[in-house]
Design a binder for this molecule. Structure first.
Ligand code: ATP
Length: 213
């Protein structure tokens, strides 16, 4: 199946589906209904049915979806067999939390190294991840690191991004408020936690949800 045919919105939901189905399999479940899935992942069942139809998983009435088949598909599509190496830059409060968080548990990504400018952090390991000085970035990144996580102060974001891109990083997860400029073939996902929180509070105030029965 041509993965380019999957709409981006669907592709974004795949890891969510994958994680839930993986848990189901561990519990010994062999099938799941779109309603069950919908309640667990909080995506409406019509969307789930449409998403699944893109990869030929057609649920049967009264049976639902075959967990094994779906997992097989997701594993292939999400390259679960191949781990993507990630470098984290900035081992402050947020960066430290990410290093402690075990991304590999249900996932195909692994933070393999971290960098900081603070000499007190250098040489430590957090969650099994070694911390190097930022001056060693070029030396330590061996061309296998494809993704960078930015948890540095805003003013450092652009300079570090440029260095990462020059050394083979293709994707940046930017947790700083800074807007960064990259060549057109580099993908940046921006997560500004303060903005997200503010947006949530705004929605609570102006678009209250009604309780369902
Ligand atoms: P956080 O924003 O994650 O809560 P913090 O408040 O502990 O972090 P910040 O000042 O935001 O600290 O810095 C985050 C981390 O980035 C710190 O550990 C700091 O030493 C590191 N840092 C600062 N400048 C650089 C740089 N040029 N390269 C790498 N790391 C840097």
């Amino acid at each position: 199946m041509d993965q380019n045919k999957i709409p981006q919105a669907t592709a974004k939901r795949l890891p969510l589906y994958y994680r839930f189905l993986n848990n189901l399999q561990h519990q010994g479940k062999t099938r799941v209904s779109s309603k069950e899935l919908s309640e667990a992942v909080k995506v409406d069942s019509a969307t789930i049915r449409r998403d699944f139809s893109y990869f030929g998983a057609l649920g049967k009435k009264g049976y639902g979806y075959n967990v094994e088949y779906l997992l097989g598909f997701f594993r292939k599509t999400l390259d679960q067999d191949e781990t993507t190496e990630v470098a984290l830059i900035g081992v402050g409060n947020l960066g430290t939390a990410f290093l402690h968080y075990n991304f590999t548990k249900n996932n195909n990504t692994k933070i393999v190294m971290a960098f900081d400018a603070n000499p007190q952090r250098i040489g430590d390991e957090i969650g099994g991840v070694p911390i190097y000085h930022i001056d060693e970035l070029e030396e330590k990144m061996n061309g296998n690191v494809r993704v960078g996580i930015l948890t540095v102060p805003s003013k450092e974001a652009q300079g570090i991004t440029t260095r990462l891109v020059e050394h083979g990083v293709e994707g940046i997860l930017n947790f700083t408020p800074a807007r960064i400029t990259v060549p057109s073939h580099i993908r940046v996902h921006h997560i500004d936690l303060a903005v997200e929180l503010q947006a949530l509070v705004y929605f609570l105030k102006h678009y209250p949800l009604s309780k369902s029965e």
